[in-house]
Design a protein around this ligand. Structure first.
Ligand SMILES: [Zn+2]
Length: 218
């Protein structure tokens, strides 16, 4: 049972709400009630944060949910659950913000595969950069088939300490976003550095596993 000191940085209510709804869908109500209790946030059992963009859900409370998920289900069990919840969170976010985030409004229909990937990554980054205190940078490697996605002040591992990368939730969210924006390709998304392990930021590498997907052309 772990509680983390408040960070003083807050996440928009709706982001916490969608994330916790997704976790409930994956983990089940009883399991998540146990997680909420262990994180000393029992009020979430009866009432999830409201569906508004007000920044008032402390990011350490957000990360303590993932910390306690690990403690209850073990690293590997929690990792699988968090990835699935991350995927659902992207899909639910798309329903909420559909018009502005949708592939149609981004004009993705007539652009190359690489542009779809990049506009997709840039879109997620700009949503988080505008609405949260996280700072995300997306860069493409010189060989063009890999991207890096760097999250400063990550809310998933705020204040946590871990021996292994702790932000599987974000891996799932990026995977689902790229599946959607690319038009159905599966990507390998791996957190290779994590703030919870002492890194300056959480760093994800993104690549297209061969041979499941169509050949990559720039
Ligand atoms: Zn991390």
């Amino acid at each position: 049972m772990t509680t983390l000191p408040k960070s003083g940085r807050c996440f928009p209510n709706i982001f916490a709400r969608i994330t916790f709804s997704s976790l409930i869908e994956v983990v089940g109500e009883n399991g998540m009630h146990a997680v909420f209790r262990m994180a000393h946030l029992p009020e979430l059992i009866d009432c999830l944060p409201p569906a508004n963009e007000i920044k008032e859900f402390d990011t350490a409370d957000f990360s303590s949910i993932f910390q306690n998920l690990d403690e209850i289900f073990g690293y590997h069990g929690a990792r699988g659950l968090a990835i699935r919840a991350g995927r659902i969170t992207f899909s639910e976010g798309l329903k909420q913000y559909g018009e502005s985030l949708g592939a149609e409004s981004l004009g993705l229909r007539d652009v190359t595969f690489a542009e779809r990937v990049e506009r997709g990554l840039d879109t997620i980054a700009s949503v988080f950069n505008q609405l949260t205190d996280q700072r995300i940078e997306v860069t493409r490697a010189a060989d063009s088939e890999r991207w890096s996605f760097v999250v400063h002040r990550c809310a998933v591992c705020e204040g946590r300490q871990a021996d292994q990368p702790a932000c599987a939730f974000t891996e799932g969210l990026i995977e689902e976003a790229l599946f959607y924006y690319s038009g159905g390709s599966k990507f390998r998304v791996e957190e290779v550095e994590c703030s919870a392990q002492g890194a300056e930021a959480c760093l994800y590498t993104i690549e297209i596993p061969e041979p499941e997907n169509p050949p990559f052309k720039v």
